[in-house]
Design a protein around this ligand. Structure first.
Ligand code: DAH
Length: 345
């Protein structure tokens, strides 16, 4: 009886090892483990085993049963996860296409990478700053002093109470915070003065308690730019923006600068671009964001001598850029994560 059990184990394991598909695995299960399988048949012989041998034979039998069952489960798992077990197929069957969906980065992530690439070619390096900021970087050093309407708690996501905290924290409302951080770091690295030009862009999330509609969201992305050097002028700003627009939107991109006001630039302008959001509608001017020559007061707040350095800055909405580039008519489509939309862009 013990010999019979031994050979059952040996043959069972060997045959199992050569089962390479779920069909052959099932055939093996029927042959060995099922109700009328070899294991049960062998167990039926147990009643004829002499009484004194019963404990040893019984124990061995249980051992082999457990071993076969365990090996079966392991084999099943291996076959299921390999997936690559070659299946014989009928070459005369009509062809079929098995659709495999391949994941990819979200459209905003891809647009950010494209923008970094385009500005990278113009010599801009990518800088990053924190989303949890304080009002010193979000406002004060950007020349937005206490009492300025932009600091209204109803228009910002404060983390601390701005009425009772000296430097209240907030989730940033603009990526202009990174301008300040980059300038501060450069001055620190230069031992108290700016030692070389700065040319950075900084893409990232910003937050404002805006009501959500087709062109607004409480969270969106901006790309900030800052170029400080000796004798940078408004002409450099205009040229850079025009070059960017042509490189990213095409040679016939139409952009215009409109005079505007920002506390941290003087003069300031807004960049509009002629964009067709729907194929059935005419192109219209859409505001991409603001720009201007960095206000000398901002440079001074960061320890930079405005007599030696001048520069321009800009901050554009990335969703607006993406909507223009890929004709997306509604900003909400970008955040709903509906695969039917995401697969198209
Ligand atoms: N931070 C501004 C905003 O959120 C945009 C902006 C305007 C950024 C002018 C700039 C700038 O760097 O120079 O509306």
């Amino acid at each position: 009886m013990l010999d019979l059990i031994d050979s059952l184990e040996k043959n069972g394991l060997a045959e199992l090892a050569s089962a390479s598909s779920s069909d052959s695995l099932e055939a093996w299960r029927l042959a060995y483990l099922a109700g009328s399988g070899k294991l049960k048949t062998a167990m039926a012989g147990f009643k004829d085993v002499p009484k004194e041998q019963k404990p040893a034979v019984g124990a061995r039998m249980n051992q082999v049963k457990a071993a076969l069952e365990q090996a079966f489960e392991a084999r099943k798992l291996a076959i299921a996860s390999s997936g690559a077990v070659p299946q014989p197929f009928d070459v005369t069957e009509p062809g079929f296409v098995s659709s495999q969906s391949v994941g990819r980065a979200h459209i905003i992530t891809r647009v950010i990478a494209e923008l970094c690439e385009v500005f990278g070619r113009m010599g801009f390096e990518v800088a990053e700053g924190p989303e949890l900021e304080d009002d010193e970087h979000n406002f004060i050093k950007l020349n937005i002093p206490a009492g300025h309407p932009a600091r209204d708690p109803a228009d910002n996501f404060y983390v601390d109470d701005p009425r009772t905290t000296a430097v209240p924290r907030m989730i940033r409302s603009q990526t202009s915070t990174v301008q300040v951080r980059v300038m501060e770091a450069a001055v620190k690295a230069g031992g108290g003065r700016l030692a070389h030009p700065i040319k950075i862009i900084s893409p990232g999330r910003v937050y404002r308690p805006d009501t959500v509609d087709a062109t607004h969201s409480f969270m969106f992305h901006q790309i900030e730019g800052l170029y400080l050097d000796r004798d940078v002028s408004m002409v450099d700003l205009k040229t850079t923006l025009l070059q960017f627009a042509r490189a990213y939107f095409g040679e016939d991109a139409e952009v215009r600068l409109r005079p505007s006001y920002f506390p941290f630039t003087e003069p300031s302008a807004e960049l509009d671009m002629k964009i067709r959001l729907r194929p059935d509608q005419p192109a219209r001017w859409i505001e991409l964001g603001g720009c201007g020559m960095v206000d000398p007061a901002v440079l001074q707040h960061c320890g930079i001598d405005p007599e030696e350095w001048t520069g321009f800055a800009f901050g554009f909405g990335i969703e607006r850029i993406a909507m223009g580039r890929y004709s997306i008519p509604d900003i909400r489509l970008l955040f709903e994560n509906d695969l039917r939309f995401l697969k198209q862009v």
